[in-house]
Design a protein around this ligand. Structure first.
Ligand code: S3P
Length: 430
């Protein structure tokens, strides 16, 4: 286990500068999986360097895709359906729920057997949300407790299309079913009542898949995919740490360039603006759904977060809870029971972490309540990330407004999504 001590000397520090964050993790996983199926050579620039995406990269290589990284960091994938066959060894997805769920759908369309397994946290994450629809498609897929938990065993092939209404708003499930649909007989439709991130649809369009979109529904048919070149934009979930850091730390101003701000990802910006934060977009490019996001320190007021906006900010709740700690008044996060089945039970982990630095919080079955203490520093303390990268980074930001150092245990988890976080922290905090 490694620990990160934020401070001493951090209290009173300001966060300043222009930065870029790693390539978007959700886009990176999908780009690799589609490039592996595309007939030819695809080039991916700005791929996430986090461990989660590295697991997906190794997975497609085990299935037979050619993967090379050039001196400029661009990743070339030599793909094609005839190249792909059953891997010799168990596929290790590490800590990545996105990798295992997307791979389950993707591998269901490839002849042969594969086993998908990961770390102790993955072994606790629900998989019936993907095994059930894939079985309805004729997929032969199983796992611990009748397919409810990993490891998963997938015997690919024999799929037919279905018309599926998502029982939980989940872009991972939507993605898994659509990826399986590429290899299923007939049409596969996924319907959603609450919109979720649209990366799978966007990338399917990019590689000329036979896809049809209507409000609340996406339909895909078996397709021969065209290879593609993609410049993966910065991850808004990583940008959010710097944006909140600037909002809560006196004297701060940051800009994060070339960030994805497309559908289902930018909800944290709306919440911060609702709290009164000075957060603005510039260099908006509608073709790539990217923008620069700037933020400055200023007073924040509590707000209520819930309902249909939750999927658009679900990964940002730990850092928004830190913003709420610095606000005047109370902030409630509701309709977010999904947080209990993330890399940790994120409701419990965030509540315990904030309480450890003196913030008054309440745990709710579907969220949490944070009593803001505007103008009053947090205390120092010791927190345990519980192996959850987003909680670890959120607490490093919280430490900026603490009177004494904050020690964050299980800091190594940060590498799953943002291996250069500490470097950026040292550079931007002064
Ligand atoms: C993701 C979707 C979300 C999100 C996760 C990444 C994706 O999960 O929390 O970090 O890339 O599709 P759910 O699909 O469980 O909502």
């Amino acid at each position: 286990m490694t620990s990160f001590v934020a401070g001493p000397g951090r209290a009173g520090a300001a966060v300043r500068g222009h930065l870029r964050v790693p390539g978007d993790k959700s886009v990176s996983h999908r780009a690799l999986l589609l490039a592996a199926r595309a007939e030819g050579r695809s080039t991916l620039r700005g791929l996430s360097t986090g461990e989660d995406v590295t697991h997906t990269l190794r997975a497609i290589r085990s299935f037979g895709a050619g993967v090379d990284t050039g001196p400029d960091g661009a990743v070339t994938v030599a793909g094609g359906v005839s190249r792909l066959s059953e891997p010799e060894a168990v596929i290790d997805v590490g800590n990545s729920g996105t990798a295992i769920r997307l791979l389950a759908g993707w591998a269901a369309g490839i002849d042969g057997l594969c086993v998908l397994a990961g770390d102790a946290s993955i072994a606790r994450r629900p998989m019936d949300r993907v095994t059930l629809p894939l079985r309805q498609m004729g997929g032969r897929i199983d796992g611990r407790q009748h397919g409810r938990f990993p490891p998963l065993v997938v015997r690919g092939g024999g799929l037919h299309g279905i018309d599926y209404l998502l029982p939980v708003p989940s872009a991972q499930v939507k993605g898994a079913v659509l990826l399986a649909g590429l290899a299923a007989e007939g049409e596969t439709t996924v319907r959603e009542q609450v919109p979720t991130r649209t990366h799978t649809e966007e990338l399917l369009r990019l590689c000329d898949a036979d896809i049809r979109e209507t409000p609340g529904a996406v339909t895909v048919r078996p397709s021969i995919l065209r290879p593609f070149d993609l410049d993966i934009p910065g991850d808004p979930s990583q940008a959010a740490f710097w944006i909140v850091a600037a909002c809560i730390t006196p004297g701060s101003a940051v800009t994060v360039d070339h960030v994805y701000v497309g559908p289902g990802r930018a909800g944290f910006i709306d919440v911060l603006q609702r709290m009164g934060a000075a957060v603005e977009l510039s260099n908006v490019d509608p073709d790539t759904s990217t923008a620069s996001i700037s933020a400055e320190y200023g007073p924040l007021a509590g707000t209520a977060v819930g309902g249909v906006e939750v999927p658009s900010l679900v990964d940002e709740i730990p850092i928004l809870a830190v913003a709420a700690s610095a606000a005047d008044g109370t902030t409630t996060f509701a309709d977010a029971a999904e947080l209990k089945v993330k890399e940790s039970d994120r409701i419990a982990t965030v509540v315990a972490s904030l309480a450890a630095v003196g913030v008054k919080t309440e745990e709710r079955p579907d969220g949490l309540v944070v009593h803001g203490q505007a103008g009053r520093p947090l205390t120092g303390g010791q927190v345990d990330s519980a192996g959850d990268h987003r909680v670890a980074m959120a607490m490093a930001v919280a430490a900026l407004i603490a009177a004494d150092p904050v020690r964050i245990d299980h800091w190594e988890a940060v590498a799953t999504s943002y291996p250069t976080f500490e470097e950026d922290y040292q550079r931007c905090v002064s």
